[in-house]
Design a protein around this ligand. Structure first.
Ligand code: GDP
Ligand code: MG
Length: 596
C-alpha cells in the first residue's frame, strides 16, 4: 500500500481537467499517442458533445518516481456539474488527495471554491496547480495571490503547468507521490468497499467502481450490498488501464471495478458499501444516502410513440442510470405518461436526449418543477411533485419550497448587475467579499425554483460571461406561493400548471401567455390562452385562426409537393401534442421557463 496513491482532479469547468487527465495517462504510458482519442475519460457521446464529464471513472496508472520506486496511481474522475454533487463527494471519499486545477487566465471561479471545500471536508491533501500557463494572458502572480488569500494554501506549493503543452506533468506526478499520503486499511479485516460509481455493461452486467478500504475481493467472493442486504457472486474484478482489465484480486487501498452479474444498476447504489457476505464488516463506510431527485417533470409519448414504448424505454434506460426515478401518471390533457425525478436540469436534458436518440422515442416534457412541501390546516405534511396536484388553497396552511445556497464569483464591474438579478430571483444576501482587487464572491440563499428558470443564462448575459455560479441544496422555507393554471379555449391544461410566487404572478402570467401565443401555430379556429389563479384570470391572449383559402392553396396542387409538405410537417410535429382540437408544440410546455 505504500506505493499506491489515490487522487482526483478538481476544477471549475473548462479549466483543463480532461486535458490534464489525458496527458497524465499519456506520460505514464497508459495511452499511446496514436491510440489516444480526444479526451478519453469522457466516454459517452453526449458528454463529448457537451464537453462535460458525467460518469466518473477511475484509471490505474503506473509511474516510476524519481525515488526509484514503482507507484500505482488511481486517477478518479469526478463529474463536473452541480447536479452530480453527491457523486463528486463519494469520488473524493475514495481518494487521499486532489489536484486543484486553476486556469491561469481565469483565476478562481465558483466551482473552484465549491470543489475545494468538498475536498477539505474529505480531509484530502490538496495540491494547487496553475494550469494553461502556455497562454500569453496567463497571470500567475494574480492566481498565486488568490490561492493564498481565498483558499489559504501556500502559493509556493502551486505547480505551474499546461496540460495542453505538456508543461509541469512530471512535477505533478512527483507531487502526487510525495505529498499525497498512501491509503490506510487492513487487508486482513472483513471486506469494506465504497461504491463511488457504477455503469451498465452489456457483457458484465451492472459494474461497481469501488475503493477498497479493508479486506480483499476476487472472483467467486460472495458479496453483500450493505444498504439493501442483497447478495451476489463476483464474476470479475479489475481496473481501467484505461481499458477494462481483469485482475486476480483487489485489496485494501486499491481502486477498481467489481462485476457480479448484477442485472440492474439500481442495485449498485453510489455511496453504498460492499462487504463479504461470509465475513461481513460491522459498519459501512460512512456517508451513504440514496440518490434524491431534486427536480420533477412529466414525460409523455407523442408522435408515433406509444405509452408502452416509453415505458419499455424508461425501463431499459434506467438500468443504466440509477439516479432517475419514474412513476406512471395520468394527465387529463396528455394521457398516460410518467412523472420523472431528476438530479437537476442537466440530468433531465440528458435523459430526454438519450431516450430520443438511443431508444427512438418521441416525447413531450412538461416544465420541470421542484418538490414543494405542503402543510395542511389539519397539520398533515404532503410532498407535491406535480403542481397540478397542489391541494386547494382552502385546505393549505403553508407551502414550503427548497432553497439553495449559491456562490457567485464576478468581476467587480458587474456586481451591481448580479445583485439586481439575484434580487429579482428572491435571493437573500449572505456574504459579500473581495477575493482579489477585481473580483467579488457573493453568497446568496435563493429559492431553487428561481434558478431552474434560466438563471444561469441571465447571469451570463448580465456579466458578459464573466461570472461563475455554483450551488448546493440548503433547506425548505415557507413561501407566498400560488398555483397558476393555463386554460386553452376555456379548458385547464393540467400539464401546464405551475407554482409561482404571489408577487410575480401577474408578470409571469402575462409573459407566459404572450410566449405561448408566439409558439402555438395558427389553426383552423381561434385559440384562446388564459393564465388563471383559481377563478381569477390574470392574463389572456389569442391566436387568430388561419384563413381557409390559405390552407386550400397549401394542400391543393400536385401530389409530390403535398407529400413534401406532409413529410416536413411530420418532422416539425415530432414534438407536438394534440390537445382536443388544439395542437401544442413542445415549446408551449416549456414557456414557463422563459416567462420571467
Ligand atoms: P475541463 O472542462 O476542465 O475538462 O477542461 P478541458 O480539458 O475540456 O479543457 C477546456 C478547454 O481548455 C479546451 O478547449 C482545451 O483545449 C483547453 N485547454 C486545456 N488545458 C489547456 C492548457 O494547458 N493550455 C491551453 N492553452 N488550453 C488548454
Ligand atoms: Mg472535462
Amino acid at each position: 500500500m505504500d506505493y499506491i496513491r489515490n487522487f482526483s482532479i478538481i476544477a471549475h469547468v473548462d479549466h483543463g481537467k480532461s486535458t490534464l487527465a489525458d496527458r497524465l495517462m499519456e506520460f505514464t504510458g497508459a495511452v499511446e499517442e496514436r491510440e489516444k482519442k480526444d479526451q478519453l475519460l469522457d466516454t459517452l457521446d453526449i458528454e463529448r458533445e457537451r464537453g462535460i464529464t458525467i460518469k466518473l471513472q477511475a484509471v490505474r496508472l503506473k509511474y516510476r518516481a524519481d525515488d526509484g520506486n514503482d507507484y500505482t496511481l488511481h486517477l478518479i474522475d469526478t463529474p463536473g456539474h452541480v447536479d452530480f454533487g453527491y457523486e463528486v463527494s463519494r469520488s473524493l471519499a475514495a481518494c487521499e488527495g486532489a489536484l486543484l486545477l486553476i486556469d491561469a487566465t481565469q483565476g478562481i471561479e465558483a466551482q473552484t471554491i465549491a470543489t475545494f471545500w468538498q475536498a477539505l471536508e474529505q480531509d484530502l491533501e490538496i495540491i494547487p496547480v496553475i494550469n494553461k500557463i502556455d497562454l500569453p494572458s496567463a497571470d500567475v502572480e494574480r492566481i498565486k495571490e488568490q490561492i493564498s488569500d481565498v483558499l489559504g494554501l501556500d502559493p509556493d506549493e502551486a505547480i505551474l503547468a499546461s496540460g495542453k503543452a505538456g508543461i509541469g506533468i512530471k512535477d505533478i506526478l512527483e507531487a502526487i507521490v510525495n505529498k499525497i499520503p498512501p491509503p490506510e486499511g487492513d487487508e486482513n479485516k472483513p471486506l469494506k468497499a465504497l461504491i463511488f460509481d457504477s455503469y451498465y455493461d452489456p457483457y458484465r452486467g451492472a459494474v461497481a467502481f469501488v475503493r477498497i478500504f479493508d479486506g480483499e475481493v476476487k472472483k467467486g467472493t460472495r458479496i453483500r450490498l450493505m444498504s439493501t442486504g442483497k447478495e451476489f457472486e463476483v464474476t470479475e474484478v479489475g481496473a481501467q488501464t484505461p481499458q477494462m482489465t481483469q485482475f486476480e484480486t483487489l485489496k485494501a487501498g486499491d481502486v477498481g471495478y467489481i462485476a457480479a452479474a448484477i442485472k440492474d444498476v439500481r442495485d449498485i447504489r453510489i455511496g453504498d458499501t460492499i462487504t463479504d457476505a461470509k465475513n461481513p464488516a460491522k459498519e459501512p463506510v460512512p456517508g451513504f444516502r440514496p440518490a434524491k431527485p431534486m427536480v420533477y417533470a412529466g414525460l409523455y409519448p407523442t408522435g408515433s410513440t406509444l405509452f408502452e414504448d416509453l415505458r419499455d424505454a424508461l425501463e431499459k434506460y434506467s438500468i443504466n442510470d440509477a439516479a432517475l426515478t419514474y412513476e406512471m401518471e395520468s394527465s387529463p390533457a396528455l394521457g398516460l405518461g410518467f412523472r420523472c425525478g431528476f438530479l437537476g436540469l442537466l440530468h433531465m436534458e440528458i435523459v430526454q436526449e438519450r431516450l430520443e436518440r438511443e431508444y427512438d422515442i418521441e416525447l413531450i416534457t412538461t416544465a420541470p418543477n421542484v418538490i414543494y412541501k405542503v402543510v395542511t390546516k389539519k397539520g398533515e405534511e404532503l410532498e407535491v411533485r406535480n403542481p397540478a396536484q397542489m391541494p386547494d388553497p382552502s385546505v393549505i396552511d403553508k407551502i414550503l419550497e427548497p432553497y439553495i445556497e449559491a456562490s457567485i464569483i464576478t468581476p467587480n464591474d458587474f456586481v451591481g448587475a448580479v445583485i439586481q438579478l439575484v434580487q429579482e430571483k428572491r435571493g437573500i444576501q449572505k456574504a459579500f467579499e473581495y477575493i482579489d482587487k477585481k473580483t467579488v464572491l457573493l453568497r446568496y440563499d435563493i429559492p431553487m425554483a428561481e434558478v431552474l428558470f434560466d438563471f444561469h443564462d441571465k447571469l451570463k448575459t448580465a456579466t458578459r460571461g464573466y461570472a461563475s455560479f455554483d450551488y448546493e441544496f440548503k433547506d425548505y422555507r415557507p413561501g407566498e406561493l400560488v398555483k397558476m393554471d393555463i386554460k386553452i379555449n376555456g379548458e385547464i391544461v393540467d400539464a401546464l400548471s405551475f407554482i409561482v410566487h404571489k408577487d410575480k404572478a401577474y408578470r409571469v402570467g402575462r409573459n407566459i401567455v404572450d410566449k405561448m401565443r408566439e409558439v402555438i401555430p395558427r389553426q383552423l379556429f381561434e385559440v384562446r390562452i388564459q393564465a388563471v389563479i383559481g377563478s381569477k384570470v390574470v392574463a389572456s391572449a389569442r391566436v387568430a385562426p388561419l384563413r381557409k383559402d390559405v390552407l386550400a392553396k397549401c394542400y391543393g396542387g400536385d401530389i409530390t409537393r403535398k407529400k413534401k409538405l406532409l413529410e416536413k410537417q411530420k418532422k416539425g410535429k415530432k414534438r407536438m401534442k394534440q390537445l382536443g382540437k388544439v395542437e401544442l408544440p413542445q415549446e408551449a410546455f416549456l414557456s414557463i421557463l422563459k416567462a420571467e
